[in-house]
Each structure stands twice: as structure tokens, then as C-alpha cells.
Design a protein around this ligand. Structure first.
Ligand SMILES: [Mg+2]
Length: 413
């Protein structure tokens, strides 16, 4: 029996969300003028993260430097990114989607898959249902989406990409030949630029040509694994399930977009401590420990950088995690670029029973564990705002201060 999956994709998400917010406050609609999200107009730094259709018509491209975009379109209106707003809008539209099926997979901040297989009795007409979802998002939240309807995730995703904005498209198995096969190979989901180059050099130009290509030849071109994927994808075959949440937490992470740019180590360390603490608490609640810790920073150039460290022994202790975070951060940051975002991730998770504590495990570690337990239990009872770790970790922050003082002394010397 043929499956039924919807793929919901917000049209120029960051720009639409900023525009919808402004329209709700009675301001002009950014979607109707050449406008873009990203960078700094005066300093002409940063890159374009999203653009309006009028800006697109003027040649403005996502990912290009702001300076270049302004040369093509001097009257381009630039709005600053607002990741808090994006998170909020992302939740809001996915909440509407979740009213139609219990299985919603968040694919990215502005895209989700809906498993509609179990809903055929309640919603017998999938096209009408997709229109209803699309129109409700537009009416209630003020921005438009495309919805692709397909027999599986791959076809639904390809369908949502057809014509934009504010459209519903279908791509069922019986429509593959008519709707999918004329597309250039590089538009097929999962075909990267280098694979596309390789295929085009062998005169495989359309998805249809790829679909009908002898599998042996395809294997010799791109290898067996990718070859099998491409053969299936071009023929519309995909059996990956819509996952309402990742099977088992692969890790725990938390990040924060900073209201004001952070420019000092001490300030950054305080934020890292809060992140390490809240992330570790979630992990402890699941009885898990991490073998790997990573820190991500985003400068005001919107470039993300991260470093990670593998530990010999898995940990769930906040102080240990924070110490690693602090050292990763000091390796990462050039102490010049103002910071827009800080993030901490705990991965390589183990759920083993508590490791037999080594006889030589020092008292300090036991005390730290006991402290974490106390903090966690108070937090569970009274909410997360009740406890500030700052005082407890004053000593670690002082180390940072000392280090800073030393650095300054060295400079003086
Ligand atoms: Mg989108």
C-alpha cells in the first residue's frame, strides 16, 4: 500500500518570520521590498541569510557577503537576524502541524515531515488537508509555507520544492515519470555538487536518465553505496520512517543566542557554566554520562566554530564538564571577534551502570557528585531559576581572572 507523508517548508523562513513580526506590529511588509536578513549595513560585514523575492530578482543570493549584495542592490533593506524569534515561529507552525498527526519530525528549524498514514479515515482528502494546514499557518501566524505530499519522505521533500511560495504539490509514485524525471540530477535530494559534476560529465543530466541507468555502470561511477541510494532516489524509492523524535538521545546540547555581543572571557565563562550545568542536569536525569564534550561559538560574522574533546572516562559532573568547556573555549576564541552564540554539547553517551568507583577516586569527585545531586533535586522541586551556580564556582572563575591578569602583565612586560 502506498504511504502518505507531508513535507512542510517555510518560504524564505528568516525573512518571512521577521516580516510577519513587523506586520503584526503595524509596520511595512519586508516581503514586498528588496530586503534581506543578515550582516551589518554600516560595517558591510556578514553574509545574507535570507532574502525577499524582490531582492532575489535583483540578484541577491543567500550566503553571499553583504557588501556584494549591496553593490547589486544599493537600496537593499537589511534586518538583523533574531534567532529567538525564529525558534518561536518554528515551534508555532510545528504545533499547528501536530494537530493533524501525532508523528511530526522536525527536520530543520523551518521544515518538518508529517506521517499522515494513520489519518486516512479522519482526513480522507490529503490535498484538502494540506491546503487547510497551509492556510491556517498563513492566517494564524502570518507567513507562508509550501507543502509537498508524497508516498514517502523523499517524494514529499521533492514536491515541496516545486513552485514557491504558498503552494501545495503532490508527488505520488505514479507521478514520478511526469514530475520528477525531467529535473536536472543536481536537484535530486541527496545529490551533492561533486556527485552532480561526476554524473553530468558522464552525460547523465536528468533524474530520469539516472533512474534508467544500468546499476553496474552507476556503481562503477560513484561506488556501490551511493550508487544504490541514487538509483532508488531517482526511482522515488525511500523507506525511511518519519521519526517523531530521535530514537535515543545521541547527545545533549544547549546553546544560547546572546542578546548583546559578548567580548570578555569572564562573561563567556559564566554563560558556559550555565550551559554546562543545564545540559549536564538533563543528562543526569536520564542516568547518562558523556565521553565527549564540545563547545560551539558563533562570531558576529555568523561563522560557527567548534572544538571537541574525548574523555578517557565518561562523566556527568558539572565541574568536570565546565572545566573542559572552559579550556575548549579558550582554544577556540581569538578574543577579538564579538560572540553571538555559545553552545555546549555532550555526546558519545553511555547508559552503563554507575562505574565501580575507583578506590583512588578522590574525595573531590564524590563531593562534586553530591553537590550535583542536591542542585538537581532542588531544581526539580522549585524550578530551574532557583539556583545560581555562580557562587559555588567562584573559584574556577577566579582562575580565569588570574589568568587574565597574568596575560595583561605579560603584555605590560
Ligand atoms: Mg524553507
Amino acid at each position: 500500500m502506498e504511504g502518505l507523508v507531508f513535507h512542510v517548508d517555510v518560504n524564505s523562513a528568516f525573512l518571512s518570520w521577521e516580516a510577519a513580526k513587523r506586520v503584526s506590529m503595524g509596520e511595512p511588509d519586508l516581503r514586498l521590498i528588496p530586503s534581506a536578513i543578515g550582516g551589518d549595513r554600516e560595517k558591510r560585514t556578514g553574509v545574507i541569510l535570507a532574502k525577499s523575492i524582490p531582492a532575489k530578482k535583483r540578484g541577491v543570493k543567500t550566503g553571499e557577503p553583504v557588501g556584494m549584495a549591496l553593490r547589486k542592490c544599493p537600496e537593499l533593506y537589511l534586518a538583523r537576524p533574531d534567532f529567538r524569534l525564529y525558534e518561536k515561529c518554528s515551534h508555532s507552525f510545528m504545533d499547528i502541524c501536530a494537530e493533524y498527526t501525532p508523528i511530526v519530525e522536525k527536520y530543520s528549524i523551518d521544515e518538518c515531515f508529517l506521517d499522515m498514514n494513520g489519518t486516512k479515515n479522519i482526513y480522507p482528502d490529503p490535498i484538502a488537508t494540506a491546503h487547510e494546514i497551509k492556510d491556517r499557518i498563513k492566517r494564524e501566524l502570518g507567513f507562508t509555507v509550501n507543502i509537498g505530499i508524497g508516498s514517502n519522505k523523499l517524494l514529499a521533500k521533492m514536491a515541496s520544492d516545486f513552485e514557491k511560495p504558498d503552494k501545495v504539490h503532490t508527488l505520488f509514485s505514479h507521478e514520478i515519470e511526469q514530475k520528477l524525471w525531467h529535473l536536472p540530477v543536481r536537484e535530486l535530494f541527496g545529490v551533492g555538487a561533486s556527485t552532480a559534476d561526476k554524473l553530468e560529465r558522464s552525460f547523465i543530466l536528468t533524474v530520469g536518465e539516472l533512474a534508467r541507468l544500468d546499476i553496474g555502470i552507476l556503481h562503477s561511477l560513484v561506488g556501490a553505496k551511493l550508487g544504490d541510494y541514487l538509483h532508488n532516489a531517482a526511482n522515488g524509492i525511500d523507506d525511511s520512517p518519519v521519526l517523531d523524535h530521535p530514537e535515543k538521545a545521541k547527545g545533549y546540547s544547549n546553546s544560547t543566542t546572546l542578546e548583546n555581543d559578548v567580548t570578555g572571557v569572564e562573561e563567556a565563562n559564566k554563560i558556559l557554566l550555565a550551559l554546562a550545568d543545564t545540559t549536564a542536569a538533563r543528562m543526569r536525569a536520564d542516568g547518562a554520562r558523556a565521553h565527549c564534550i564540545s563547545v560551539t561559538i558563533r562570531g558576529n560574522d555568523f561563522r560557527d566554530r567548534s572544538h571537541q574533546r574525548k574523555l578517557d572516562e565518561a562523566t556527568d559532573i558539572t565541574t568536570e564538564i565546565f572545566d573542559v568547556c572552559r579550556s575548549l573555549f579558550s582554544e577556540l576564541w581569538d578574543r577579538k571577534t564579538p560572540l553571538r552564540l555559545l553552545g555546549v554539547a555532550l555526546t558519545n553517551i553511555t547508559y552503563d551502570e554507575e562505574v565501580q568507583m575507583s578506590l583512588f577516586e578522590d574525595e573531590r569527585k564524590e563531593k562534586a557528585r553530591a553537590l550535583d545531586k542536591t542542585v538537581d533535586s532542588i531544581r526539580t522541586k522549585f524550578g530551574s531559576a532557583t539556583i545560581m551556580r555562580g557562587v559555588t564556582y567562584k573559584s574556577s572563575l577566579d582562575v580565569g581572572k588570574k589568568h587574565k591578569a597574568q596575560m595583561e602583565n605579560m603584555k605590560k612586560d
